[in-house]
Design a protein around this ligand. Structure first.
Ligand SMILES: CC(C)(COP(=O)(O)OP(=O)(O)OC[C@H]1O[C@@H](n2cnc3c(N)ncnc32)[C@H](O)[C@@H]1OP(=O)(O)O)[C@@H](O)C(=O)NCCC(=O)NCCS
Length: 154
């Protein structure tokens, strides 16, 4: 596998919409993904193995805040560092755009995602009760602050 990360384009949307359906009970549709192509606050990246989409991440950066809408990797590409590469790109994009932190929601039952975020230094900052549907579950809010990283850079 030779992995390259690129900003999402229209040609990737079909694969990403398929990936959403595989991974989530309330997937983003092709149309909703397409709308983000022209949204200035949206920063979506795909991980490509040749022409094939292996995974994707969606970010929204507004003022000093960065939120991850979703991250997903096709089952056949999992445990090969694809999500690690995508989160790394998300963090550098957030810092580049002046965000103070990056934040996301995750199901407490999603141990794979929790382990991934913890490795990156995200910590639990709160809870949204009954946030998810199908099945209903709370969401943990996990956040990584960039202050230390900035100070190191100065
Ligand atoms: C969570 C997900 C994005 C991880 O993608 P990935 O490319 O397999 O992750 P990586 O290979 O970069 O793994 C990085 C770390 O995450 C953790 N991790 C990933 N998959 C794991 C699993 N099945 N069980 C436990 N830990 C796991 C590990 O700490 C791993 O490091 P290691 O391989 O050195 O042990 C992927 O499983 C996925 O798409 N799941 C479905 C969608 C989803 O749940 N998205 C998150 C929504 S909040």
């Amino acid at each position: 596998m030779s992995l390259i990360l690129k900003p999402i384009k229209k040609e990737h949307l079909e694969s990403v919409a398929e990936l959403e359906k595989i991974c989530f009970s309330q997937p983003w549709s092709y149309k909703s993904l397409e709308e983000e192509l022209t949204n200035d606050t949206a920063h979506f990246f795909v991980a490509l193995d040749g022409d094939r989409v292996a995974g994707y991440i969606g970010l929204f950066i507004v003022c000093e805040s960065c939120f991850v809408s979703n991250i997903a990797v096709f089952p056949e590409y999992r445990r090969r560092g694809v999500a690690t590469a995508l989160i790394g790109r998300a963090c550098s994009c957030a810092v580049e755009y002046g965000a103070d932190f990056i934040s996301l929601e995750v199901r407490p039952s999603n141990s794979a995602a929790l382990s991934l975020y913890t490795k990156f230094g995200f910590t639990e900052m709160g809870l949204r009760k009954n946030y998810y549907r199908d099945p209903t579950e709370d969401a943990l809010i996990m956040t990584k602050l960039f202050d230390e990283q900035r100070e190191e850079k100065v």
